[in-house]
Design a protein around this ligand. Structure first.
Ligand SMILES: [Zn+2]
Length: 616
């Protein structure tokens, strides 16, 4: 048996669009991808892959599921083989025999304990910020940066007390395991063997994994000292290279816009969210890497990089652009004129000015031509050799564009900006592309060395936002098993319970779907539909439900939705009957009544539609 934790990791490390794209030609269609269904014969595509939810669905034949289902259906594999195949692809080791499986199970339980502890610690730090007199300075700092109570709550901002003993005493009182605290990176052992708290006298920004669970912290020092910013160390659950600050909070907005805003610091990301730009995320004081780009690619088509306009910022933007372009994302670079960072810009000029700057943001190549030129003092001051150097330096970037027309278009623009004829620029680019790969790598290195921007490391992030517990959007995370008992809307649960008695559920597939949900509180619908004993019709029903929601819904959220959907169906049948009667005609009084009835039925159907679509 493969532990759930490993299955989750395999799924998180796999992009369904890539996997399906290997055997099905997919085309972007809004937030989804479409293609000809591999499971039935068709001429117009009804096969949809949902990148955000990582599921697929065919509206022609009803095939559907997650990436495991796809391999099972497509290659006739069993579940375990499908997991194995994808684990291998993602480089994740699977337990081999019974003993390893037990070990892996224990590891998975251990990880869960670690995450639980981090969550409790975040709540404890939060209380320190809200309640202790000592945190006054931290509260002042947050409010001076314009962070309202709501943002602080939503991002779970906290405070780490000055006295290293406070956390240790609290841990003892709460029965937290000291070695677990050390593993979580909250306590460390000094050279003298003494235990001390890693974060002291700092405003804390909890950092969450894409599933919304707290995995670490970023801390900003209050008062004098070094370092100003300190992150959690790398732990079994915290890895800077594959985490983005504010991603769980930003994901929906990013998916809606198909665009992400990438800023440098925690505080910048928070400022954007607070100002009504909820699609902002930040790296954790590290350079943007391949794993970050892959993560963003799941939700966005385009990333707007916001970097400081100094030399280090330009160099970081250049590297970031290359990583993003290589991952198949389109890139814009935005500098915030007259401000040192987005936070400052937003405070001085507001959201609209920011949106405007974003709308006018340059493509990556245009940005580098412009910033190189301005560092040389403008086109007039740059001599022929220097301008040729700028153009040469652009080639490695242009070569990353997926299509020749895009590369050519950017090349033409660059040539014009640099005062060169498009034809000779194209000839130079053609000879660059003809170089063997090794030579191209050399040219790329040379371009990086001679680029006017300084190759300084990206400055560490500013402040990071925490996140509120129990927010409905806990997309991939697991609700605890007793969740059904304490769902926030007991009325919905009662309604669902009553509905199990209703005639709608007399049809076996529906009853089965409802029963499946009922029996698996706390589990994601996507998981439930894979239950071995689930019938095809019930599975299809649950899949539809999952597809319609902004997140993977859990059983307790999906059950009332299923009820709403079935009730809606019944109303639709009734409305069709009334419409039919209307068409047949009759005496005016009866017709008027039918008209009114049809109207109120339509209203009710729409209301349920909104409820289902919003997931409430
Ligand atoms: Zn199909």
């Amino acid at each position: 048996m493969i532990p759930d934790e490993v299955i989750d990791r395999v799924r998180e490390a796999t992009d369904i669009v890539e996997v399906i794209g290997q055997s099905v030609a997919l085309k972007r269609s809004g937030a989804n991808f479409k293609g000809l269904c591999p499971f039935h014969q068709e001429k117009t595509p009804s096969f949809t892959v949902h990148a955000g939810k990582q599921i697929y669905r065919c509206f022609g034949c009803g095939a559907g599921g997650n990436v495991f289902n796809f391999l099972m259906q497509r290659q006739g594999l069993g579940f375990v083989e499908a997991v194995k195949q994808l684990a291998q692809r993602a480089g994740i080791a699977l337990p081999e025999d019974g003993q390893d499986a037990a070990e892996a199970q224990e590891k998975s339980r251990h990880r869960e304990r670690l995450l639980d502890l981090l969550d409790q610690a975040a709540a404890w730090y939060r209380r320190q910020l809200k309640e202790t007199p000592e945190a006054n300075e931290a509260r002042l700092y947050a409010s001076q940066r314009g962070l309202g109570e709501e943002s602080q709550e939503a991002f779970r901002l906290g405070y780490a007390p000055r006295d290293a003993g406070t956390l240790i005493r609290a841990a003892a009182a709460k029965g937290w395991d000291e070695s677990l605290l050390m593993e979580a990176g909250l306590l460390s052992k000094g050279e003298d063997g003494r235990i001390y708290a890693r974060f002291r006298s700092r405003l804390l920004y909890p950092i969450c994994n894409p599933a919304g669970r707290v995995v670490g912290f970023g801390g900003r020092l209050l008062g004098p000292g070094e370092p100003k910013y300190l992150n959690s160390p790398e732990t079994p659950v915290f890895s800077k290279g594959s985490l983005l600050y504010a991603l769980p909070q930003a994901r929906d907005a990013i998916m809606r816009r198909r665009q992400a805003l990438l800023v440098e610091g925690y505080m910048d990301a928070l400022a954007c969210h607070q100002a009504g730009l909820p699609f902002a995320v930040a790296t954790l004081g590290t350079a943007l890497g391949e794993a970050h780009a892959k993560l963003l690619k799941r939700y966005a088509d385009e990333v707007a990089l916001v970097y400081d306009s100094d030399a280090a910022g330009v160099a970081a933007a250049r590297r970031g652009s290359e990583v993003l372009l290589a991952a198949g994302l389109s890139v814009k670079v935005l500098s915030v004129p007259g401000a040192k960072d987005p936070d400052e810009f937003l405070k001085a000029r507001g959201r609209q000015a920011f949106e405007q700057a974003l709308a006018q943001a340059l493509s990556a190549p245009a940005f580098f031509v412009q910033s190189s030129l301005s560092q040389m003092g403008g086109l007039d001051k740059a001599d022929l050799h220097a301008r040729a150097g700028i153009l040469q330096g652009l080639f490695p970037l242009l070569a990353l564009f997926p299509t020749a027309v895009e590369a050519d278009g950017h090349l033409r623009e660059a040539a014009r900006a640099l005062g060169f004829p498009a034809e000779s620029a194209a000839a130079d680019f053609a000879s660059y592309k003809a170089l063997p790969r090794v030579k191209r790598e050399e040219a790329k290195k040379k371009a990086a060395e001679t680029a006017p921007a300084a190759p300084a490391a990206a400055p560490p992030g500013s402040a990071a936002p925490p996140q509120r517990e129990g927010v409905p959007a806990k997309p991939l995370g697991r609700v605890r098993p007793d969740a059904l008992a304490k769902v926030e809307r007991p009325d919905l649960v009662a309604e669902a319970r009553a509905s199990l008695e209703q005639p709608e559920f007399s049809e076996p597939a529906r009853e089965e779907a409802a029963q499946l949900l009922w029996r698996h509180p706390g589990q994601a619908v996507m998981q439930i539909q894979m239950e071995q004993d689930a019938g095809d019709a019930a599975r299809a029903l649950l899949l539809d439900l999952a597809m319609e929601q902004p997140h993977y819904p859990h059983a307790e959220a999906a059950l009332p939705l299923l009820v709403a959907r079935l009730r809606q169906e019944r109303l639709r049948i009734r409305k069709a009957e009334v419409d039919q009667e209307l068409r047949q005609g009759g005496e005016p009084q009866a017709q008027a009544e039918r008209l009114a009835l049809a109207g109120s039925l339509a209203l009710e159907i729409n209301k349920l539609d909104r409820r289902i679509k919003s997931g409430q």
